[in-house]
Design a protein around this ligand. Sequence first.
Ligand SMILES: [Zn+2]
Length: 571
Amino acid sequence: MIYDLLIKGGRIYDGSGLPSYLGDVAVKDGKIVETGRISGSAKRTIKADGLAVSPGFIDFHTHLDAQLLWDPLATSSCYHGVTTVIPGNCGLSLAPCKEPDRDTILRSFERVEAISLPALKAGVKWGWTSFPQYLATLRGRLGVNVAALMGHCALRQFVMGDASLQRAATPAEIHQMKEVLKAGVRAGAIGFSTNQNPVHMYADGTPIQSRFATDEEIIELACALGEINQGVVQISRGSLGVSVPMRESVQLFDEISSRSGRPVIWQSITHRWDKPNEWRELLDLAKESIDRGVQSYPLCNARLFNNRLTMKNAQVFDDLPTWKAILFLPLEARIAALKDPATRRKMRYEAVEEKKPSRFSRRWDLVYMIKAATPANKHLEKKSVAEIAQIRGQDVIDAFLDLSLEEGLDTEFQTSSTNGDEQAVAEIIRSPFVLVGQSDAGAHLIYDAGFGYATRLLGYWIREKNIMSLEEGVRKLTFMVASIFGLRDRGLIRPGMAADLVLFDPATVRECEPEMVQDLPGNEKRLIQKAVGIEATIVNGEVLVQQGDHTGALPGAVLGNGNGAALPAAA
Ligand SMILES: [Zn+2]
């Protein structure tokens, strides 16, 4: 046999977690056909001496639903060895969607995922109503593979219209939603996602559709998947333990999975500065479900969740009522409010003194000025607000607000409320039932870029901190994800499996600092992120990215139908 592609002399990390070994991998017709020592000839041979060869990474938490329509490579994910992306998380998807609801559905992404509305309007060329039609729009035009979840918001809007933004569903409406969901999954959706995060809303403050759902509605929808024995449930409820006690949330995840018989992926276990031991309680609670044989898997992030902010545009203060109200004011009124001493007193109370849990850490020593808007303040860049306050002889709130006001609210800051305690994060990542990756690729475009969760795990956590073996890290990024999400022919290097592969250098692999670019439809801005040490990203047997450059190939497929097989191309 003449192979299409032969990868010679690499060290194979096959995804199973077994010890790696030196060997070759041969590919024909998009599939792995042989592994071991291979002497046959091939149309193309890649020498992989000194490199690791692993299954492609599966980014299971993305919001690339819209971006995939104008960017088939899913940049920057493809630069980090990601060969399959899963959009449709957190209750949000672009299908199903009736024509009169298009604007409402686009806007559901605007604040929750912080994707610029002008970019969405310019980039999304509507042409579908049903979920299969959306998948058909993607099919044949993809660089990476896509396995998509149906979002609860779109599903509710589709069945209930604008009542989905006002109330719980009736039994008849739930029945209809179940039918639409089943049809979508039979035709290629890999499950459904829902979201009860109390800070997830439209730009005008209206809660998103899925927040009006009762627990019973969510369980019923999960049971629809159970009826066809296909698909997963992804659920996000925001900071667990803020609005509902943690135990209740974890019990709900357990109930969804045990009643439907389908895997549940829930968000998330992170270290938080305001509740430094919560992660351990959550791990213990999660383990109770796992021990009883329930498929309920928490996810975690391999990195700090950074938030960039200016007082023109910030979401990190959403749990602080005065701050939130001010950030919704028109600019002039906002400036006036920020100067008002009485308002400042309230802001100081909420952001310094109050003890109520909040996404914002109240750690002003962890809020850094990253970009001054005026040359006079350049010397303060990279300093924390606490340091700046000391330099200016003010308290932190006055320093932060006065500096912002002096610069027309354009001063850029960055902070992170979660995952600051490395020992805690290492323990979370190592847990055998925790999924690693919360990239949110395609979302929070100007606040943060998390494309590099896999390169972060391989470079920082495994090479530098040695928290687990490389074999185990690769397993977490590949076979574990493919198995839970039902992508049966992905995530392992074995004959017969799809040839989604990544070649990387374990000695150098890492993620780069995000960079701001202006490449979105509508000339809008976003952060991108490059990688070091990723030699090649191979999708269905074709090299998609080589040393950071797109080869021109578009080998991506729509995965789904419950068996992980690529659906046939649309006629
Ligand atoms: Zn999300």
